[in-house]
Write a new protein. Sequence first.
Length: 318
Amino acid sequence: MPQPDPYRVLLVDPIAPTALEALRARYDVTVRLCPAPADLPGLLHGQDAIVLRSGITLPGPVIASANQLRVIARAGNGIDNIDLPAARQAGIQVFNVPSVSSRAVAELAIGLLFAAARHVAAADRQVRAGVWNKAALAGTELTGKSIGIIGVGDIGGHVASLATGIGMNVLGSVASPTLERREEWAARGVQLATTADLLVSADMVVVACPLTDRTRSLLDARALATMKPHAYLVNVARAEIVDGHALYAALDERRIAGAALDVHTAETGTPVLAGLDNVVLTPHIGAMTDDAQDRIGRALVEDLERALAGRDATTRIC
């Protein structure tokens, strides 16, 4: 009896080599990394599933044009780059792989705090240029300072644990600060506060909340103006949560001490903020550890197998 043809899977963002090997053992896999938006409809023709990360956006018209697509798999946190209503209308299952990379992102957030507060990037540039001006690189310690975490969920919770471990006073904000959640976080050493109060009080602010209609441009010019002049801002969530023009002005005019950003509105070219010396920039590497990528890859392969078999993935979005 002839075997049925394997499902066809389009991979447009890199995944762990072990995960790619596992997919190729099960399916007919086409790898086309970072295709141009205009090429997506043609690439999706005849495909049963697409695997992507944050580098590719799937708008409604592209999803609607896919004649055979059954599954959209987001290999990581977040689904803001996928038109969910269009996927739902087309009967396409969408799932992501949250949480498994949260620890890696949280560790980078703390690393970026140290890098910003101790001027690590500027110091590295100076030494490479043969400049030894230690007096100009005086920084600030994290121990004993207040850290405000906007969004103490999976990632923010890990940031809170790490910050507590180095002796920081932790404030956190959540979308629904119920009494139960206040008590739960208090037991973990986190005092829940409104975002407005957090910005006023914290010496360091970490953005770790999802991008939603409520959080888009949450940190605008007015919000940034309430931060302490010596405060540092770290964003490991989504760039659109912080108003880029307002942040540039706050940094350029030294109304806040500095910032460190792992997320950007466009993952190409040179960000405007690169012209400032009080900002640290990384290219969206929060989840990019070998450990996290292996965990994401294993979860991706398992959930894709479920979804293509007509069952719900572990984290089904629609």
